[in-house]
Design a protein. Structure first.
Length: 539
């Protein structure tokens, strides 16, 4: 499946570097923080836990992301406070650099120093060869998985995926170091490799289960994370602390429920300590065992794309008129309650996001829309706009509401509803016009959204936006070693793209977590996971 469509599928289902020391190289060095072991069990009420395989999880499936994050580690992790890469299996990493100060640029070779104490759950040492083997296996899947698709930054990716090579040329094991060579300078490689989809595991002697329960203790992979599978009893999967874990907890229970409402009810009645609250139910997440809720940004965004390859949208005044005719505040309030009106494609909270990226381009103004239509079509012959959507009821309602908005300024429309499987193919066919879609970044940076969605040669560029200027800006920005400098440049890039009237921003997501009052020090990440090392359960 094309990777953008896997993200679309995920979005339909959503209802609910520490300090960097640089001298002659761009590097990260940080001692792993050790917390006191206080014990206790954290009970997580989860929904749709379908796989423990890191490369198969869908980034907007919070249960899968959390489960893999507990069971496995990658080379790096994400500090939820700074959104920078932090140590995991690797204690330090560095890249060759050129220049200095905010203009310092990374090169194409990264070296990750493995933690000598890193172990699989059977006690065996995690080696550089294990990491290379695991990442090569992911990359070999190509664009059929999200994880495989994003490793296209590594040298030799095309040869591996096409079958011309058996190994990934840009991955090498050198003693206790993993060397990664990229085709172009990429300062955000340590952020990318922190995603749970790149966690390192090693298969055991038994094949994985193909039917639920997916995570069977006897068939669990050899993980590298702070917890391992101990037992399963009905809908409860018990995880216990591993020998080298830095977590304070003794155990984590993953208790599966039929839906989000049932999971929240489990916290309310004392059966669980944690549950994700659907966006439209957050005001009712109170009472009983729910001591408090945590609200934090989630790196997912929903929008309508405008296919610039369609002759219908060749005139920029027409595209601007379409955007100005849509009352996005009313749209979200009536169709997507609980979500937030968006003004771009990079969600709030993501480094490099812009509070009002769309600015005047997205201002709801029907009179201005009519004036733009007159400039675009002085003869009055306005073409029919096809509004494409999948068959999910909420998405159909969204498309039809947009049609009503366009009709109010005399733009003729036709809502085209596709079955989900058909829409997965149609959205990349080039025949789509005004189409509902979305995106979720695999790493916490605006680059995780702008690169795949708007680089001219990207397979995920469904709007057919092409700009040599933006391509060059993206390349230069990705090479900047300084994270703040990258964020500033990405802000400018997004504003430029949005001003070309290529998308209609719709909504961004917030994760709302209901917690028992016994749970303390909960720190959420943008990908829906949390820092388990800091969590305590009192009493």
């Amino acid at each position: 499946m094309h990777r953008s469509l896997r993200l679309l599928a995920a979005l339909v289902a959503v209802a609910g570097l520490g300090a960097t020391a640089c001298s002659s190289s761009s590097s990260h060095t940080s001692a792993t923080t050790t917390f006191p072991h206080t014990g206790g069990t954290l009970r997580l009420a989860v929904v749709d836990l379908n796989t423990w395989q890191p490369d198969q999880i869908v980034p907007t499936n919070q249960a899968e992301m959390i489960a893999v994050d507990l069971l496995d580690e990658g080379l790096t992790s994400i500090d939820p406070t700074t959104n920078r890469a932090a140590p995991a299996l690797a204690t330090t990493w560095s890249s060759d650099v050129s220049g200095s100060g905010s203009e310092m640029q990374v090169g194409t070779t990264w070296t990750f120093q493995l933690d000598p104490d890193a172990r699989f759950t059977d006690g065996s040492k995690v080696t550089a060869t294990d990491v290379v083997k695991a990442l090569t296996a992911v990359a070999s899947q190509g664009s059929s998985t999200l994880a495989g698709a994003r490793l296209d930054v590594v040298q030799g990716y095309d040869e591996l995926v096409s079958g011309k090579a058996d190994t990934l040329a840009g991955l090498h094991a050198d003693g206790d170091k993993v060397e990664v060579t990229t085709d172009q300078p990429d300062a955000e490689l340590p952020l990318l490799l922190a995603s749970p989809v790149y966690a390192v595991t090693k298969s055991g002697n038994k094949p994985p289960s193909t039917t639920k329960p997916i995570i069977e203790p006897s068939r669990a992979p050899l993980g590298t994370g702070p917890f391992k599978v101990a037992s399963q009893d009905g809908n409860t999967l018990k995880l216990v602390r591993t020998a080298n874990s830095h977590a304070q907890l003794d155990e984590v229970d993953l208790i599966e429920f039929r839906d989000a409402s049932a999971a929240v009810a489990a916290v309310r009645n004392g059966q669980a300590d944690w549950a994700a609250v659907p966006p439209d139910k957050k005001s009712s997440a109170t009472g009983g065992g729910i001591g408090y809720t945590v609200q934090a940004p989630l790196g997912a965004e929903q929008f309508f794309g405008i296919n610039l390859a369609s002759p219908t949208f060749a005139n920029p005044f027409f595209r601007q008129a379409i955007i100005k005719s849509i009352d996005r505040n009313s749209l979200v309030a009536t169709v997507l309650p609980g979500l937030h009106v968006s003004s771009g494609v990079v969600p709030p909270g993501v480094p490099g996001s812009v509070p009002d990226a769309c600015g005047a381009t997205c201002e709801f103004d029907r009179n201005a829309a009519r004036q733009l239509l007159h400039r675009a079509f002085p003869g009055g012959r306005i073409p029919i706009v096809e509004i494409d959507t999948d068959a999910d009821p909420s998405d159909v309602q969204l498309a039809r509401t947009v049609a009503v908005n366009l009709g109010a300024v005399r733009i003729p429309t036709q809502v085209k509803v596709h079955s989900f499987g058909e829409y997965q193919r149609f959205i990349t066919s080039g025949r789509q016009q005004l189409f509902r879609t979305g995106w979720v970044g695999l790493w916490p940076s605006a680059g995780a959204y702008l690169e795949p969605l708007f680089r001219s040669n990207s397979l995920d560029n469904s709007t057919s936006f092409k700009s040599a200027h933006i391509d060059g800006a993206l390349t230069r920005t990705a090479a900047l070693a300084d994270a703040d400098a990258r964020a500033t440049q990405y802000q400018a890039i997004q504003r430029t793209i949005i001003s070309d009237a290529v998308v209609v921003p719709v909504a961004s997501y917030t994760q709302v977590i209901a917690l028992n009052s016994k749970v303390q020090h909960y720190a959420a990440r943008l990908d829906g996971t949390f820092d388990v090392d800091t969590v305590e359960v009192s009493g």
